[in-house]
Design a binder for this molecule. Structure first.
Ligand code: DAH
Length: 334
């Protein structure tokens, strides 16, 4: 076989070995076999020296061309096999949980409710619950609210079109009645829950919102206990610079009745001196009679306030509707 034929044969062999190498080590072995110090192409190069002077240029050119082709294929195969080696051996399971899964957040109203509950629990209160679809007895009659009270008007209250004239409770005070009719005194409860009123939606009103009711019944309970308890809780919720003011008011289920105004640096920043925040008072003897407690023995106080209002104060929110829109740009901030 002439040298030119052998060059061609060695080149073909090199090309097919490089193409067949399935892993990087096999590729490197093939490289050594043809281009290494003792490789077949290298040996052919050494053979050039033994040729007659006039035969060398043609053979040299052919050998160089063969070597270049082999080196080009080697570089290509190397980059292919390196890429292959860097890919995972097992198929990827994209349904596996990631390392940092976003877990979501609690709604600001939930956060505030939890804080209020925590503060009252520390004082020995327990959480009570009641139905949102109520009847007139628990929502009004038993709370000493007369039949001609405006809250009993369809203008103010959502009535359900069903036998017995059920309604959507207008306040959590209905749960006071349910608990007292079920349990003997002493009582120390708070009741977080949703209430409904025929308010038109605007920046500070919504047809449904949330309240927290408090009820404390025992022997010898005083207005002083009420003020002390409410003050301690509000300080904890909204900061030590909180000031409360108790104003005389009227509720049919308390006597005396008071409204609680609130102020702190946030309220003043809103350009207001005081903000009305809760209703409260000493439980009316008629209410005790209605639930079968002896008003000569038992005394108590009760209060009710809106959770939204406290959350708005705490977070500087000026539009109540943000709580219900569930816009993640809003919710992500808490
Ligand atoms: N139920 C009242 C309201 O919705 C708030 C309230 C006032 C609750 C006085 C009470 C209370 O328990 O004693 O506006």
């Amino acid at each position: 076989m002439s040298l030119l034929d052998r060059i061609d044969a060695v080149k073909q062999a090199a090309m097919s070995e490089l193409a067949a190498a399935a892993e990087l080590p096999a590729l490197e072995r093939a490289k050594g076999a043809f281009l290494g110090a003792e490789g077949q192409l290298t040996l052919l190069l050494k053979e050039l020296g033994t040729l007659a002077r006039e035969e060398r240029p043609v053979a040299g050119k052919a050998l160089n061309a063969a070597k270049q082709e082999v080196e080009l294929l080697l570089a290509q195969r190397r980059s292919d096999l390196e890429l292959k080696a860097s890919l995972p051996k097992e198929p990827t399971d994209f349904s596996l949980p990631g390392r940092r899964r976003p877990l979501g957040r609690l709604h600001p109203l939930t956060l505030v409710t939890q804080d209020i509950i925590r503060a009252f629990r520390r004082l020995g209160f327990v959480v009570a619950d009641g139905p949102e679809i109520e009847d007139e007895y628990h929502c009004f009659d038993a709370l000493n609210t007369p039949a001609d009270h405006p809250a009993r008007d369809t203008q103010d209250t959502f009535f359900v079109d069903a036998p017995g004239r059920p309604l959507l409770r207008t306040h959590t005070s209905s749960v006071q009645i349910r608990v007292m009719r079920q349990l003997p005194p002493p009582i120390r409860i708070i009741v977080p829950g949703r209430v409904y009123r025929r308010d038109n939606a605007d920046a500070t009103h919504n047809p449904t919102f949330h309240q927290i009711e408090g009820l404390y019944v025992d022997r010898g309970v005083t207005v002083g206990d009420l003020k002390g308890t409410v003050e301690a809780v509000f300080r904890e919720l909204l900061g030590a610079d909180v000031k409360l003011r108790f104003r005389p008011h009227y509720f049919s289920y308390t006597e005396p009745s008071l409204e609680i105004d609130f102020t702190n640096s946030l309220v003043r920043k809103l350009g207001k001196d005081w903000l009305e925040i809760a209703g409260c008072g000493m439980v009316h003897p008629k209410v005790f009679e209605n639930v079968g407690y002896d008003p000569e023995v038992w005394t108590g106080w009760a209060f009710g306030f809106g959770i939204e209002r406290i959350a708005m104060l705490r977070y500087g929110i000026t539009d109540i509707r943000l709580f219900y829109e569930n816009d993640v740009r809003f919710l992500r901030q808490f």
